[in-house]
Design a binder for this molecule. Sequence first.
Ligand SMILES: [Zn+2]
Length: 107
Amino acid sequence: MAIRDCQVVNANYERVLAVMDKFLGERYRNVCSCPRCMNDIVAIALNYLPPHYIVEGGIGKEYGSPWVMVESAVSEAIDRVVEYPNHSRMEAVRPSADARGSDPVPS
Ligand SMILES: [Zn+2]
């Protein structure tokens, strides 16, 4: 086997994605959903958590940090990205405004 074929994954990565999916659908509906912000949230949340590497395929057991830890890491990460997005707020708004045409935003 070539070293490059190693299939080691961070179990917390899957957990973060699962919690994000839940949070963004339920309680955080105003989060910018552009790829940049989504990736930032995942990266920040993973940095809050200890890595928990497993060999891929070890599914069926409970791997990774406790869910409550993952949930607090994700909510901290979302708060941070909402407050300090890596792009200006205008950039995040513009694509959908353009797509809708000349509809002015009601003030
Ligand atoms: Zn964004």
